[in-house]
Design a protein around this ligand. Structure first.
Ligand SMILES: Nc1ncnc2c1ncn2[C@@H]1O[C@H](COP(=O)(O)OP(=O)(O)O)[C@@H](O)[C@H]1O
Ligand SMILES: [Mg+2]
Length: 377
């Protein structure tokens, strides 16, 4: 019995209402015990005096008074009993009603929680009314929505990664089988191809590791005043040999009086190297790439413009997505990577509190990638 009350909110509610009724009745009984006799005789005395003044007689005798009091007491007790009975009925009805409206949503939520724990992330609860329980249900649904998103992201990631790993693995396996069957000649070229595919795998795994570190913010941003002119020059100098060998000119357009930016130098170099490397990669020979830096109100804008293959407008919003490549064969032939570079760049820029975006007039018409860093104030 005690256990039942301990485990049921409705029973607890009923118990608390009954306790209030009992306390009320006990107080009334006590009050009537101690207060009623005194007040009764005071009132009767008053009435007796009035009767006396009006020439009446009789009611004032002590015997009659005692009888009157006993009658009064009996009718009072009876009334008290009915009132207590009514109060108990109301308490029971109220506790049943309230426990329905409180316990039903709680029950529904606990079922939904169980369902989500079992992996059914699409489970939602109905939101009724506007009280705290409705608020809790709304928050619960938001949490379920978030879990659902995280879960589908995880699924997509695993599918993407397996897909990306499969391509070079299939190539390596195919070449090895060709070698074993004697279909492929054991020449340097064959070994070179296998080695290149193994390298691609290696790069992919490195990129994935970097991406997971960056997305999980598992690194320290060492924010210091950074000379953006020096940043542009460092990256340009570093990539100069590759630009020269592809006969692409690399230019710097730097505004005068550029302020310092607040950034982690290594990370800023990483982002700019990434964008400039892409420009190199997706620009045919004899093209032109320009790194320009300008000053805006609160920020410094660093752009990399190229005269390369450009981007179709419909692809612009997605190029920063993980594994996104405009045309897989196109970027692969152009020596392209896994489509993670820009995802890492965006995560790094956003960690700095900046923005990154791309503009392109269309295919074959070049593209401009721009990111911002906060000015040192
Ligand atoms: N400068 C650019 N010109 C044209 N397309 C680009 C440029 N930079 C990036 N892209 C497109 O965006 C895709 C994603 O870029 P990124 O994340 O760096 O991956 P990838 O490893 O393929 O270079 C590329 O595959 C390419 O299709
Ligand atoms: Mg890239």
């Amino acid at each position: 019995m005690i256990n039942y009350f301990r485990h049921h909110l409705g029973a607890k509610l009923l118990l608390s209402y009954l306790a209030i009724v009992v306390v009320g009745v006990v107080i009334l009984i006590l009050a009537s015990q101690f207060v009623l006799p005194a007040t009764f005789s005071r009132h009767m005395l008053g009435m007796g005096m009035m009767n006396g003044m009006m020439g009446g007689q009789g009611t004032g005798s002590p015997d009659a008074m005692a009888n009157l009091y006993t009658d009064f007491r009996a009718s009072f007790n009876e009334a008290l009993m009915y009132a207590a009975l009514a109060a108990i009925i109301v308490a029971v009805a109220l506790s049943i009603y309230l426990s329905r409206s409180v316990i039903a949503p709680v029950h529904a939520m606990s079922l939904a929680t169980q369902s989500i724990a079992d992996g059914h992330y699409d489970k939602r609860v109905q939101v009724q009314g506007e009280d705290e329980l409705a608020w809790l249900a709304t928050r619960f649904n938001q949490m379920a929505e978030k879990l659902d998103q995280v879960e589908s992201m995880r699924r997509r990631l695993i599918a993407d990664v397996s897909h990306e790993l499969r391509t070079p693995l299939t190539a390596i396996k195919g070449s090895m089988e060709g070698l074993m069957d004697g279909v492929l000649p054991a020449t340097n070229e064959t070994f070179f191809q296998i080695h290149a595919e193994a390298n691609r795998l290696n790069r992919l795994v490195d990129d994935l590791q970097e991406l997971s570190r960056v997305e999980a913010r598992a690194y320290e941003l060492d924010l210091q005043p950074l000379d953006v002119v020096l940043l542009a020059k460092t990256v340009a100098k570093h990539l100069a040999p590759q630009f020269e060998s592809k006969h692409i000119s690399l230019n710097l357009e730097l505004e005068s009086d550029l302020p310092y930016a607040l950034a982690d130098e290594d990370r800023a170099v990483q982002v700019l190297t990434n964008l400039t490397g892409n420009a190199l990669q997706y620009t045919p020979e004899d093209g032109k790439v320009t790194i320009s830096v300008r000053q805006m109100k609160n920020e410094v804008q660093i752009s990399v413009h190229d005269t390369g293959i450009g981007l179709p407008t419909e692809h612009l919003p997605q190029v920063f997505d993980r594994f996104y490549r405009v045309a897989k064969s196109r970027s692969r032939n152009a020596g392209g990577g896994s489509g993670i570079g820009l995802t890492i760049a965006r995560a790094l820029v956003e960690a700095h509190g900046g923005r990154i975006w791309v503009e392109s007039l269309g295919e074959g018409r070049g593209s401009t990638f721009t990111f911002t860093l906060k000015k040192v104030t």
